[in-house]
Design a protein around this ligand. Structure first.
Ligand code: UT7
Length: 334
């Protein structure tokens, strides 16, 4: 045996430098959703907190949405697109097996020196991406990372399914992550429970649909109560572990920005974690719906725009959903 493999080391710390988001133009009200399902505006508001959501246009793709959010984040970061060394795209709604959404988004925003790949962790995808970006920057695998969370769930939802049609929506959020003097991303607490793949799933694979046919095109189905119970029972413990791992307590927080799954899940987490009264909590679901991997950066960008949080604030993030998969960390707001 001869020779020793050299290894790289990266920046001592990293942080989120900027956030940007994109909301598609079309507002879809509960009344419109109820044209196809036996439900009501009142029920949807009470059970999910959703008043309206956005749907992308038919010809607007996951890549189109992602590019819009990425351009805003890049512009705000001041980082030259050519200096981005990795583009990560968290999505489960890009309709092609290959190439990835990331390679297309990287090209279209001018990140032509970047490696690029997609992350398939559904609603946990954005926080998975932050965990990966943090590790890559500190090991020297990347210097600047563009992370996009983007979904066009309207393509994969059955508008006649009353257990899911009202909840999911379209949107995109993006962040640029880069080296910093002091840590801006705490340890990521993450995991996956493959015993519950049935909780959020597809009716068929595209291959089954081609070979065997099916009444309608393959789409998402969700066992809402099963996911709800898991989220409310387990996610406060995960978020607490992320807080502990960062060496902080709830009193150190300036904001709580959970995945926008359901307003009642957010409320239950706030109660279970005994978060301080008056702590700003993301409630973007009311007008944005559940946008899976896009929901956390969309909510963060809105809270900044509304003056609910400020640059430098400490926020607790948690993403959770299909898999079932979850990831949580504490970050400094860009
Ligand atoms: O983002 C990734 C992860 N996803 C989530 O975290 C979603 C988690 N789950 C949820 O958010 C909730 O389970 C839903 C919002 C999807 C559903 O709310 P729920 O309170 O769990 O409703 P349920 O399924 O327990 O149904 C309660 C009642 C039932 O009627 P009965 O049996 O009590 O008479 C349903 O038939 O509400 C009925 N129902 C509806 N009524 C009007 C179910 N769906 C609807 C509907 N409109 N769309």
């Amino acid at each position: 045996m001869s020779g020793r493999i050299g290894q790289r080391t990266g920046a001592p710390a990293c942080r989120i430098l900027s956030v940007g988001s994109f909301r598609p133009a079309r507002v879809v009200t509960n009344a419109e959703i109820c044209e196809r399902i036996d439900s009501s505006d009142e029920w949807i508001r009470e059970r999910s907190g959703i008043i309206e959501r956005r749907y992308a246009a038919r010809e607007e793709s996951v890549v189109d949405l992602g590019v819009q959010a990425a351009r805003v984040a890049l512009e705000r970061s001041g980082v030259d697109p050519g200096a981005i060394s990795m583009v990560l795209v968290a999505t489960v709604t890009h309709p092609l097996q290959t190439p990835s959404a990331a390679v297309e988004i990287a090209f279209r925003v001018g990140a032509t020196n970047a490696a690029a790949t997609d992350i398939s962790s559904a609603c946990a995808g954005f926080c998975y991406g932050l965990g990966l970006a943090d590790s890559m920057i500190r090991t020297g695998a990347a210097e600047y990372v563009l992370l996009v969370g983007v979904e066009k769930l309207s393509d994969w939802v059955n508008p006649d399914d009353r257990s899911s049609a009202f909840i999911f929506a379209d949107g995109a959020g993006a962040v640029v992550i880069g080296p910093s003097d002091t840590p801006g991303i705490g340890p990521t607490i993450w995991g996956a429970d493959g015993s519950q793949t049935d909780a959020i799933n597809m009716t068929q694979t595209l291959i089954q649909y081609r070979n065997e046919g099916g009444e309608i095109f393959p789409h998402l189905v969700m066992k809402g109560q099963q996911v709800f119970r898991w989220a409310v029972g387990e996610m406060p413990k995960v978020a607490q572990r992320a807080l502990d791992a960062a060496g902080l307590t709830a009193d150190d927080l300036d904001a709580f920005i959970p995945h926008q799954a359901n307003m009642r899940i957010t409320d239950a987490m706030v109660r279970a974690m005994r978060l301080p009264e008056g702590l700003p909590v993301a409630r973007d679901i009311a007008t944005t719906g559940n946008t899976s991997a896009a929901s956390i950066p969309l909510a963060m960008d809105r809270m900044l725009a509304d003056g609910e949080i400020r640059s430098g604030d400490i926020a607790l993030l948690i993403g959770f959903g299909a898999g079932l998969a979850f990831a949580s960390q504490v970050v400094r707001v860009p």
